[in-house]
Structures are given as structure tokens and as C-alpha cells.
Design a binder for this molecule. Sequence first.
Ligand code: HEC
Ligand code: HEC
Length: 199
Amino acid sequence: MLYQKFKYSILIIGLLFNLPINAADPQIHMLVDTCIACHGTDGSSVGSATPNIANMREKLFIKAMQDMRSGERPSTVMRVIAKGYTDSEIRIMAQFFSQQQAIPHRQNFDAEKAAKGRQLHNLYCNGCHKIEGKTTKLLSNNLAGQQMPYLRYRLTEFINDSDPTLSPLMKNALKNFIDNNSQDSLENLIHYYASLGGK
Ligand code: HEC
Ligand code: HEC
């Protein structure tokens, strides 16, 4: 018991000094094993409405967990799950998942829509969600190969403005997109992200 506590303190000290997380550490597994059933062993999810969290930026991961825990960001299962974790546990998990490589999902997509989506993405979204070329920003989670049902659900949430914790940058970007195109043309983007899935 004392040993367990000791190991746990070491982890937290490591985190304070930003030492890399050792994925083989049994303490990490005690925390993240709960996530595996839905988000896959290394954060590349299993279910179609469950997002990939592998390689997710630490700050976004922490914000997502805290907002789902408080209920400010609407969620289904995560609302309950996130309640089981303290801020320091969330930080440990954030570091762990940010170091995992994302395996993009292989999904069926419409090639014509994906081609349109690629152009739209480069015009409206690439500045923050980099896929091609250089960007100075890279503020957000990677969308390439993310699950299509999850993307649809999340975008609808933004459009309905049901998530008050959402970054105003993203809110404005989406408003700008819809004003210049249409809500339906978001589907092209979703097919583009699906087209970037694994082989
Ligand atoms: C029962 C399935 C399930 C389990 C177990 C689960 N998740 Fe989730 N997770 C989801 C779903 C579904 C969503 C989408 C939000 C929602 O509806 O709850 C999600 C969303 C998330 C997000 C937000 C991702 C984003 O792109 O914004 C994070 C972060 C996350 N989960 C982390 C975790 C962690 C860490 C654990 C383990 C402690 C975990 N999840 C366990 C199903 C699950
Ligand atoms: C100015 C920067 C910016 C632009 C441009 C932008 N986004 Fe975002 N996006 C963000 C940020 C920041 C977040 C994280 C939001 C949060 O959690 O509060 C985000 C989150 C998202 C998410 C949720 C990801 C997840 O894992 O849950 C999706 C989907 C998304 N953006 C799609 C788009 C699309 C499609 C476009 C182009 C029409 C776009 N974004 C343009 C900054 C931007």
C-alpha cells in the first residue's frame, strides 16, 4: 500500500518536471485501463461514436475532461466517467495519451465529397487543424481518420451552441464556414477526414 502511494508520488513529481511518462508503468495502466474498452489500447477508439484520443494535445485533453466532468460540455458516457478522476490523474492521462500514435480509422467515404472537402478544409480549417503544409497555429485535435459519426455529433453540438465551453475560435470558424457555404456542405469535410483513414 505504502509502496503504491510512493510510486504514485513519483509519477506526480515526474509530471511536475515534465519527465516523459513510461507507458509500461503499472500505475499508468491502473488509470488508463478503464478507457481501453471504448478508446482502444492506445487511444485509437473502437466504437463508431467514440473519438480517437491518441496524440490529442494535452491542454485540449485536460480541458475536455474537466468540462465533461463539470457537465458544461455535453456528453453521454464521459459525463459519468470523468467524475472518477482528479485533476492530477487527468494530467497524467493527458500526457500518456498525447504520446501515443493515432491510428486513423478506415471508413467508407464518397470520393467526390472528399475531394470537395479537401478544398474546403484547406480554405477554412487547415490553419488550426493542420493536415497539409505548414501552419503556425495547430490549436486543436487531429481530425484525420476521426470517426464520422463522432464528427457529425460534435459539429452539431457546435452549431446548436450547446457547449458553452467551446473555444470561440472554433465557433467563429464554423460560423464563417456556414455563412460562406452551407451547413450541408460540412458533410464534404467529414468525407474528407474519413478519406484520410488507415489502409
Ligand atoms: C463506455 C465508453 C467510454 C469509456 C470507458 C471512456 N470513454 Fe471517453 N469518450 C466516450 C464517448 C462516447 C465520447 C464522446 C463524448 C460522450 O458522448 O461522452 C468520449 C470522449 C472523450 C474525450 C473527448 C475527446 C475529444 O475529441 O474532445 C476524452 C478526452 C475522453 N473521452 C477520455 C477518456 C478517458 C481518459 C477515459 C478513461 C478514464 C475514457 N474516455 C473512457 C466513450 C468512453
Ligand atoms: C481559428 C482556429 C480554428 C479553425 C479555423 C477551425 N477550428 Fe475546429 N477547433 C478549434 C479549437 C481550438 C477546437 C477545440 C475546441 C474546444 O474543445 O473548445 C476545435 C475543435 C474542433 C472539432 C472537435 C474535435 C474533437 O475532437 O472533439 C471539430 C470536429 C472541428 N474543430 C472541426 C473544424 C472544421 C470542420 C473547421 C473548418 C470549417 C474548423 N474546425 C476550423 C479551432 C479551429
